[in-house]
Design a protein around this ligand. Structure first.
Ligand code: APR
Length: 255
């Protein structure tokens, strides 16, 4: 990055920090980009999952009922890829920010559980969680961190029916309480941060627009511009693991 760009970014970071430190209510939306520096593959990046796998064959209810074992083998592969991942400084900075902000809501599209591991508490998991299995018949929800899993597909401990990953697939709707909770957090916030998401998949893709229409200050952190970037107040272009700690200085060191 040349000197001018660095100075410009530093000025924008100072402006963003001023907005954030002065806010009493912050809403954050995160995507796969915040976990990239933890070694978790994104979806649409160069090495993204959708470069190598076809979502319609692995991440739809139709694909699951056509071949539950195949879909579980893929989730087993993803669980294996994520099981060693640790939160990075970006995750930790958001946990610190929650500790220091009177009201804070983290809306994530990520299913990797790294925000919880970093210490965030008020989290809305829009797309579910990789470490949960939901029964396809009785709806029983089990936390399961076994890699490899004992049986594929896993069976429900309550009714014996097959379980599915507790994630939201394409062609599926997101539970209303999740949408309502996200919109309430946006409507009530002073500042919204949008971090590491390509802004393509709905309804998350429209949340920045909702915030702007509600007169909120929106700050985007991403390696590159996204379709909605022109709408936002501040664009901080770079790695979230490097920029987020600058937005909120702490004395902690991260191992
Ligand atoms: N720091 C900041 N941003 C980053 C970083 C980084 N270190 N690395 C990548 N990015 C950005 C990319 O530029 C891209 O805009 O993160 C974004 C990742 O985009 P996607 O791979 O499309 O992931 P996401 O937006 O979370 O996808 C949304 O799509 O496939 C479905 O359900 C899946 O939740 C997912 C949803």
């Amino acid at each position: 990055m040349n000197e001018i760009a660095t100075n410009e970014l530093e000025e924008k970071i100072a402006e963003a920090r001023h907005k954030i430190v002065g806010a009493s209510n912050i809403a954050v939306l995160t995507g796969a980009g915040i976990s990239a520096e933890s070694g978790v593959p994104t979806f649409r990046g160069q090495e993204g999952l959708w470069q190598n796998f076809r979502p319609e064959e692995l991440a739809t209810p139709e694909a699951f009922w056509k071949d539950p074992k195949l879909v579980w083998e893929w989730y087993e592969w993803r669980r294996n890829a994520v099981k060693e991942a640790k939160p990075n400084p970006g995750h930790y900075a958001l946990a610190e920010l929650e500790n220091e902000t009177p009201q804070f809501t983290l809306i994530t599209q990520n299913i990797d559980g790294l925000h919880q591991m970093a210490g965030n508490r008020n989290i809305i998991e829009m797309h579910g969680n990789l470490w949960q299995v939901r029964c396809t018949k009785c709806g029983d929800l089990e936390e399961n961190h076994d890699v490899p899993m004992a049986e594929l597909p896993p069976r429900c401990p309550k009714c014996g029916e097959i379980g599915r990953p507790n994630v939201v697939w394409f062609n599926e709707i997101i539970p209303m309480e999740v949408i309502d909770g996200s919109l309430k957090a946006i409507e009530e916030c002073d500042v919204m941060l949008i971090i590491g998401t390509s802004g393509i998949v709905e309804p998350a893709a429209s949340m920045g627009l909702v915030a702007k229409q509600a007169g909120k200050c929106v700050i985007e952190i991403n390696l590159e511009p996204t379709p909605s970037s022109p709408l936002y107040d501040l664009i901080l272009q770079g790695k979230s693991g490097e920029i987020l700690p600058l937005l909120y200085t702490t004395n902690r060191t991260y191992s």
